[in-house]
Design a protein around this ligand. Structure first.
Ligand code: GDP
Ligand code: K
Ligand code: MG
Length: 268
């Protein structure tokens, strides 16, 4: 049975989508070791059964909260067949920050661009083809609260699951950080890790404590020594990494989304 993971910012409509898909066929528990709620359910579609996991809402996938760690551990270790990234169409720029991190995790991603009814009401014009092409991720418009767009979302998710090869689009963090990432990937080459090396490299440069402690358990002494150097540099790179993600998103949003002007002058 294929498993679908729902990931997105708080209030993007994940649970609404989860309920619309699974109806009453769901189970609520806790993730092991933490007090974070775990929602899992099943649904039947075109003769097949699917398992759905509603992950905690997060703005990022760092190690800053239990919610973030639960979500990212599940994405990387729970082996979902596809991640549906639920994005609030009225707040695309902020929501895509999480998307940029999913793109680096080496998992199949599809975007449910939700709240399309509200986006329409607010006269937000979205060029879906352009947005999808620039991100390298399929995008399906949905109104989860009215169960609109869900069949197409599941059809496209199944298409993606069936595709053998998968490579997410990558973007640049600038010359210095990119070459640092390359260096770190080389150092990690001989280690047996469950995570994509590029993702680990970026996390190390962001100063991610969980990833440092994971690696210091696995690595040999020369690598541990290098990790100390990298950790020192991370304070210098951390903010730049965040900036570059927003820069990447900003360019894409400028090209594909038109909002009605917010600063219209009032005539007195
Ligand atoms: P979650 O935090 O991501 O699980 O978000 P919820 O599913 O709890 O949804 C947050 C709020 O948005 C709820 O009040 C939902 O009823 C509402 N909502 C969800 N999907 C839509 C939608 O497509 N359009 C509109 N207008 N509201 C929605
Ligand atoms: K709302
Ligand atoms: Mg929810």
């Amino acid at each position: 049975m294929n498993t679908i993971a729902l990931v997105g910012n708080p209030n993007s409509g994940k649970t609404t989508l989860f309920n619309a898909l699974t109806g009453s066929n769901q189970h609520v528990g806790n993730w092991p070791g933490v007090t974070v709620e775990k929602k899992e359910g099943k649904f039947k579609y075109k003769g097949n059964q699917y398992n759905v996991v509603d992950l905690p809402g997060t703005y990022s996938l760092g190690a800053y909260s239990e919610d973030e760690v639960v979500a990212r551990d599940y994405i990387l270790k729970g082996n979902p067949d596809i991640v549906i990234n639920v994005v609030d169409a009225t707040n695309i720029e902020r929501n895509l920050y999480l998307t940029t991190q999913l793109m680096e995790m080496g998992v199949k991603v599809i975007i449910a661009l939700n709240m399309m009814d509200e986006a329409k009401q607010k006269n937000i014009e979205i060029n879906l083809d352009k947005l999808s092409k620039e991100l390298g991720v399929p995008i399906i418009p949905t109104v989860a609260a009215k169960s609109q767009g869900l069949d197409l979302l599941i059809d496209k998710s199944i298409d993606s699951i069936k595709k053998e090869k998968y490579s997410n689009k990558s973007f640049s963090y600038g010359k210095d950080i990119d070459s640092e990432i390359n260096e770190i990937e080389k150092i990690l080459d001989n280690l047996d890790l469950q995570y994509p090396k590029k993702w680990i490299a970026v996390k190390l440069l962001e100063g991610d404590k969980e990833i440092y402690s994971l690696l210091s358990k696995k690595a040999s002494q020369p690598i541990k020594d290098r990790l100390i150097d990298i950790e020192e540099k991370s304070s210098e790179y951390e903010l730049e990494i965040v900036d570059k993600r927003y820069e990447f998103i900003g360019n894409i949003v400028n090209q594909s989304i038109k909002k009605p002007s917010e600063e219209r002058e009032t005539v007195t």
